[in-house]
Design a protein around this ligand. Structure first.
Ligand code: F6P
Length: 321
């Protein structure tokens, strides 16, 4: 391999910059040139490419967002769009591509390989931690810290006013962020898309909590839970009349300087991506489980579902007694 390209795609995640830096520097270390593609697959379609050297990625390891910019590309969904992108890669004499993103981005990469024979590897870059084959995704740790910081602050107000606070966190269709935040934030209850509950169950929780003498409660709801935080808050008000407030944390969870675990994960995976390409691997995501690197076929990352930790879910229940 003489030249590889790298892009970030889909929602930004803290640590994407650390991953770009690791790709560029590992490639340079091995005598491979790197081309950065701006705005993900949209930029690839438009031919927005430029050479990146090790100094171009200095002073970015601590920054949130992505220096390469990102987009959720519509043009990429058409075969013509992908052909155009492949043409740009050939024009730039690119031998292989590293895609940093979530499962939507891996779909795009998979098609590029399938239709145009371009070698691709993916790095899991999403705050949602919803990719099968890796214990954690780049950005997840930081998102949890950011959400937890907000939960701690909201708890002060919940306690002072003896209110119920419903806090909605991101995660798309998965409850990983919600569960970690609930345990670390000492939440009274957590609602995950992985375990739907009835309104009766919810009311039991509230009644039990009151019977135990809890004057305030923090309830964490994953955005993917049917009805979201608004649905839970409405149900509580409707059935109990208790003073309830809803806070939707939203995109604040995607920004900010990555915590050390995200920087370390991104660095290790970025190095792993380049060395996997050098070893002839393709059409895979590089993940990390139990401290070691994993090479997961793209299809598995979206066909198999990564469940939340049932043991941790039970822990959340026990500790909210
Ligand atoms: O995948 C990351 C994520 O932040 C999800 O948690 C959320 O559902 C979604 O992206 C929001 O997407 P957008 O930034 O396009 O509104």
């Amino acid at each position: 391999i003489k030249r590889i390209a790298v892009l970030t795609s889909g929602g930004d995640a803290p640590g994407m910059n650390a991953a770009i830096r690791a790709v560029v520097r590992t490639a340079t270390y091995h005598g491979i040139e790197v081309v950065g593609v701006r705005r993900g697959f949209q930029g690839l379609h438009q031919g927005d490419l430029r050479l990146l050297g090790p100094r171009d990625v200095a002073n970015i390891i601590q920054r949130g967002g992505t220096m390469l910019l990102t987009a959720r590309s519509h043009t990429w969904r058409s075969a013509e769009g992908r052909a155009e992108g492949a043409r740009h890669l050939r024009e730039w004499h690119v031998d292989a591509l590293v895609v940093i993103g979530g499962d939507g981005s891996f779909h795009g990469a998979h098609f590029l390989q399938k239709e145009h024979g371009i070698r691709v590897v993916g790095l899991p870059g999403t705050i949602d931690n919803d990719l099968y084959g890796t214990d954690h995704t780049i950005g997840y740790f930081t998102a949890v810290e950011t959400a937890l910081d907000a939960v701690d602050k909201l708890r002060d107000t919940a306690a002072s006013h003896e209110r119920i606070f419903v806090i909605e966190v991101m995660g798309r269709h998965a409850g990983h962020i919600a569960l970690d935040v609930a345990v670390a934030g000492g939440a009274e209850e957590v609602f995950l898309p992985e375990d739907e509950k009835s309104v009766d169950d919810l009311m039991d929780v509230i009644r039990e909590s009151q019977a135990k003498g809890k004057a305030s409660s923090v309830i964490i709801v994953a955005e993917g839970y049917p009805g979201g935080g608004q649905g839970i808050a409405n149900a509580i008000t409707e059935h109990t009349g208790i003073d309830t407030r809803l806070t939707v944390l939203g995109h604040i969870q995607r920004g900010g300087s990555p915590v050390s675990s995200d920087r370390v994960l991104a660095s290790r995976l970025g190095q792993g991506a380049v060395e996997a390409l050098m070893a002839g691997k393709s059409n895979i995501m590089i993940g990390r489980t139990g401290g070691g690197l994993t090479y997961v076929p793209f299809e598995e990352t979206w066909e198999k579902r990564k469940d939340v930790s049932r043991a941790l879910y039970k822990c959340a229940k026990i500790l909210s007694i």
